[in-house]
Design a protein around this ligand. Sequence first.
Ligand code: CMP
Length: 137
Amino acid sequence: MNRTFVMVKPDGVARNLIGVIMTRFERKGLKLTNAKMMNIDRELAEKHYIEHVGKPFFEELIDFIMSGPVFAMVWEGQDAVKNARSLIGRTNPSEAAPGTIRADYALDVSSNIVHGSDSDESAEREITNFFGKSFEL
Ligand code: CMP
């Protein structure tokens, strides 16, 4: 049993996709243990995307994630990180398998609807960044 951090990005929130995204996770069998609608400030944006510092798309990424409310969630279950990533699909929606969230709802790598942690370590770091250290199962 483990847990992962998933976030509906500003484009997904603006397009009213929170419900359909949550339904996919629920139908898979993962369990929602925390969620909130919030705005991301620059400090949190840079902390969340620290591994992308210096990449050509970094500034665009930070501006985009601060451009509107996001919906942050914690999902729990067997192989939560891996299962969430298979529901989400590859980063570039053009390369994502049909039936994945990014393939079904997105066209562009910058506006790809949803973020999911890429490892157990990232998940714990991201959960702490968004929900605080005191959030425990
Ligand atoms: P995400 O899973 O949130 O993690 C980093 C994000 O950078 C990624 O999704 C993409 O939305 C965004 N991004 C923007 N441009 C690129 C790019 N050229 N290559 C990879 N990721 C990109």
